[in-house]
Design a protein around this ligand. Sequence first.
Ligand code: ADP
Ligand code: TRP
Length: 321
Amino acid sequence: MRILSGIQPSGQLHIGNYFGMMQSMIDNMDKSELYAFIVNLHALTTVHDPKQLVFDTLGAAADFIALGLDPERCVFWVQGDVSEVTELTWVLSTLTPMGLLERCHSFKDKVAKGIEASHGLFSYPVLMAADILLYQAQQVPVGKDQKQHLEVARDIALKFNNTFGETFVLPEPIISDNLATVPGLDGQKMSKSYGNTIPIFLDQKALKKRVMAIVTDATPVEDPKDPEQCNLYNIYKLFAPADRLQEVHDLYVNGGAMYGKIKLELVDLLWEYFREAREIRERLAGDQAYLRDVLKMGADKARQKATVTLDLVRERVGLRY
Ligand code: ADP
Ligand code: TRP
């Protein structure tokens, strides 16, 4: 089984990214052939500060490795280092109906938030389809927000196969139900672009500040509450041990849940949960030469697969003569 997923280097990694996609990728490392990459070409649709992009690209590499990805046991690279993907994007874009892209929520949401409606932002899903199809990925773990992009990738692959003959594997999204959308501090989807995240690698003081800012209701402590409707509980349950979670669940249902106390407990749980990763990340951040070497090795491995697919595509569409 070949599993592939990517993450944009566009800010601090948060617990939504971790539970939404990273954890399932890392868990799959030994069960499958894993392709994990940092999508810097996609990030260009919103990041126009070169120093920042370089910083975040190396930062994302450090994040992945610190959280358990072993670059020796998978293919781990930076998207733009394998430029074959841009040629495939062009070929696919000549088959992609405008209407398919016009229906994409992500484009509309980003424009509504004030991001410039560039051609790159509009055709973002075509580049993502190329990412997936170039490596003939069978499964793609992503958060729920990326489901539509996966459907676009499948539609494009089908259209290509129908037009030019069987070429691409049809990718399946892997979306784990209970973790599909990790809520943010305000209860909306946790997202860098909503400013409502709990970044994984914060110092303890900043972490506490974020957790204390989780929005809760004003119901009196002794009143019964539905835990599943509580933003704090929905974050807390990702980290609490089962027996303690049951106790807190009962406090919600029977009355007596104290938000302040649960938040302080959550700070400690988060701090412990990512302790080892934090220590590794601190070491890696100071060793850019190592990170660059690892990414180069990954790009070399990824390119081997990419050139095989692209050669086939060139032949199929008539670019080889
Ligand atoms: P963001 O919305 O913070 O900019 P990205 O778009 O970079 O995050 O998402 C990277 C990966 O993390 C994607 O697979 C996405 O689906 C997943 N993801 C992001 N936010 C969440 C969330 N709140 N819950 C679950 N998965 C998420
Ligand atoms: N669009 C994805 C996101 O914002 C990132 C991404 C780009 C991706 N290419 C991909 C995810 C290929 C999975 C497979 O999260």
